[in-house]
Write a protein that binds this ligand. Structure first.
Ligand code: GDP
Length: 675
């Protein structure tokens, strides 16, 4: 039943307790019988070795669990901002999210980044304030920050009871009962009356809750103003509607580590977060009519699915995780990949649990599954039936902005490396591989230092390749600023058959890469034109300033000539490369560098120091704003100046500021690069 499916993500700033909470969820839903603590490196979700070691969650694995007749697919999302692309792609296929905040740290800058991404995809969410047992935990402070920093409407559903510094239980403002958790792992829930000293506060927050929900419900408003009893089910229904509409964010509290409140969290996921029926239709192009259509799980009967993650598995090969948007598909059937225009067979369908796979025969709309057997498959591909081809809106990925050079230590590793890199890049569309001919090094480009570190560690640990790793470097680009023309004659007469190619090329600033062929009268035969284009592209891969790729160039082949005997594709290709290089030099080339959008959150007294540090880093300010006693400073800074920023921010602010940084755009670099 579609009503009984929840596709949710658990989003959290690193260290807020996402792994611990997920572990507890899997325990209480009966999947794992032993709770693995993250600090022991035994987490069930983090199945990649590297993640275990770092205690962070990188890959978006989908895990299925069952709670009270409801099937919950948990799409794991990474907490580090280097992996925002992972977050984006999981948000795209989720129906709802649980955002975990630390009761001490509250809303951190990175949580804000992810919150904004979730806003972009209109993902209904609820907040879980974890670590209520920690010294300094402050539930209402976090509620306040959700309102003031995130601009959301918190719907407070619980209050923590803290007795002499010990977090002992939770007041449920819907049932108006006090819950304590006993038994070995908090399996047993005892509901009692609200402790007398908390009654007044509970009444106050209950009133806030009723007033907020009554705003949109006439039924509730009437009961409320007539002082009549309000059934819990009505409150839950109204809270659910308001959450799904994005008007409120239910906020509950707990301590996953102490096993307090996790069952309530699961109940809340079922009660307040949307099922596949409750969410907006997915947009798609119907390839038969070429019209845009809306796909909903209950009204469309044709099969459509979107692949959101590829994982290579040692045992079964490629696992393509997909969300089924409509219809159903059986294991063993042929499907059409409408993004690639290819028909392929799905060998098997599996659901991933935390520590085992479940093979299933058929999967239907609203669900999440891994396809096994698709060979030519990538993240963002649409899968459908050949007779009803549809193309679902794909997923946008940001550009990689940082590079490291790697070199295998031995020849045999050299051979293994390209295979391993191809596997990793199939899983991760934000990671790119290139090869520097001059130095013989392989260059890995990614979203941030941590992203590339994780990849190089995977090469070493998972693929057992011994490599030397260079320092991270900025992924610069080159472009041209004026138009230029070049006449190139490539003539070689050495002994037997010579080589001949002659062409006239114009390069000018453009948008992306464009090639225009203006040859008339066959002065260069048609069969050589693709070779000219390939030569131009090849030369653009390595610019003439510092060898970075050249972008935004329009190339026009204006004229040329050929020789009956000596001309060949190769001659034209070489000539085009030479011509492009010469022409680039004349076209006033410029270096482009990635500019990052920076956001620093800090106590006010450090503002001056932070701003002058940003300007020393060639940054420019965008805005400054006070929110609940905290200064938020936003600006743009070249990535090249941001290495070691966290250390210097820590020393300026005595460790009291946080920051987040994401790629914004490329811009001309006006100072020269230090060699
Ligand atoms: P993640 O980075 O968000 O996945 O966070 P983890 O689940 O790995 O937790 C980070 C640290 O916080 C670990 O040392 C956990 O043991 C600890 N932790 C998690 N939940 C709680 C909690 O409820 N209370 C306390 N005191 N510590 C917690």
């Amino acid at each position: 039943m579609l009503n009984n499916i929840r596709n949710i993500g658990i989003i959290a700033h690193i260290d807020a307790g996402k792994t611990t909470t997920t572990e507890r969820i899997l325990y209480f839903t009966g999947l794992t019988h032993k709770i693995g603590e993250t600090h022991d490196g035994e987490s069930v979700m983090d199945f990649l070795d590297v993640e275990k070691e770092r205690g962070i969650t990188v890959a978006s694995a989908a895990t299925k669990c069952v709670w009270k007749d409801c099937s919950i697919n948990i799409i794991d999302t990474p907490g580090h901002v280097d992996f925002t692309a992972e977050v984006e792609r999981s948000l795209r296929i989720l129906d709802g999210a649980v955002v975990i905040f630390c009761a001490k740290g509250g809303v951190e800058p990175q949580s804000e980044t992810v919150w904004r991404q979730a806003d972009k995809y209109k993902v209904p969410r609820m907040a879980y304030v974890n670590k209520m047992d920690a010294v300094g935990a402050d539930f209402l402070m976090v509620v306040d920050q959700i309102k003031n920093r995130l601009g959301a409407q918190p719907l407070v559903l619980t209050l923590p009871v803290i007795n002499e510094d010990t977090f002992s239980g939770i007041i449920d403002l819907i049932s108006m009962k006090y819950e304590t958790y006993t038994g070995v792992l908090g399996d047993e829930i005892i509901k009692t009356e609200i402790p007398a000293e908390y009654q007044e506060e509970a009444d106050k927050w209950r009133l806030v809750l009723l007033e907020k929900l009554a705003e949109n419900s006439i039924e509730l408003m009437e009961l409320f103003y007539n002082n009549e009893e309000i059934p819990d089910t009505l409150l839950i229904d109204e809270a659910r509607k308001a959450t799904i509409a994005g008007n409120v964010v239910p906020v509950i509290c707990g301590s996953s580590y102490r096993n307090i409140g996790v069952q309530m969290l699961l109940d809340s996921v079922v009660q307040f977060l949307p099922s596949p029926l409750d969410v907006q239709a997915a947009k798609a192009i119907d390839l038969n009519s070429e019209e845009e259509i809306n796909i909903t799980a209950d009204t469309c009967d044709f099969f459509s699915a979107l692949v959101f993650k590829i994982v290579s598995d040692r045992h079964v090969g490629k696992l393509a995780f997909a969300r089924i948007y409509s219809g159903s598909v059986k294991a063993g059937s042929y499907v059409f990949n409408s993004s690639k225009g290819k028909k392929e067979r799905i060998g098997r369908l599996v659901k991933m649990h935390a520590n085992h796979r479940e093979e299933i025969d058929e999967v239907s709309a609203g669900d999440i599954v891994a396809f096994i057997g698709l060979k030519d498959i990538g993240t963002g591909d649409s899968i459908c039936n050949e007779n009803r081809p549809v193309l679902l809106e794909s997923i946008d990925f940001p550009e990689p902005v940082i590079q490291i050079a790697i070199e295998p230590r031995t020849q045999s590793d050299q051979n293994k490396i390209s295979d391993a890199l191809a596997k990793i890049s199939a899983e991760d569309p934000t990671f790119k591989i290139s090869y520097n001919k001059e130095t013989g090094q392989t260059l890995l480009s990614g979203m941030g230092e941590l992203h590339l570190e994780v990849i190089s560690e995977r090469l070493a640990k998972e693929f057992k390749i011994d490599i030397n790793i260079g320092q991270p470097q900025v992924a610069y680009k080159e472009t041209i600023t004026q138009s230029a023309e070049q006449v190139t004659r490539y003539v070689k007469q050495t002994g037997g058959k010579g080589q001949f190619a002659h062409l006239v090329l114009r390069l000018e600033p453009g948008d992306g890469f464009e090639f225009v062929n203006k040859i008339v009268g066959g002065v260069i035969p048609r069969e050589y034109i693709p070779a000219v284009e390939a030569g131009i592209k090849q030369a653009l891969e390595e610019g003439v300033m510092k060898g970075y790729p050249v972008v935004n160039v329009k190339a026009t082949l204006l004229d040329g000539s050929y020789h009956e005997v000596d001309s060949s594709e190769m001659a034209f290709r070489v000539a085009a490369m030479q011509s492009t290089r010469d022409c680039l030099k004349k076209a006033n080339p410029k270096l482009l560098e990635p500019i990052m959008r920076l956001e620093v959150t800090s106590p006010e007294e450090y503002t001056g120091g932070i701003i002058s540090n940003i300007s020393n880093r060639r940054g420019r300010m965008e805005s400054m704003e006070m929110q609940g006693g905290t200064q938020i400073i936003r600006g743009f800074v070249p990535l090249a100046e941001m290495f070691g920023y966290s250390t210097s921010l820590r020393s300026i602010t005595q460790g009291r500021a946080g920051f987040s940084m994401e790629f914004s755009h490329y811009e001309e670099r006006t100072v020269s690069i230090k060699e």
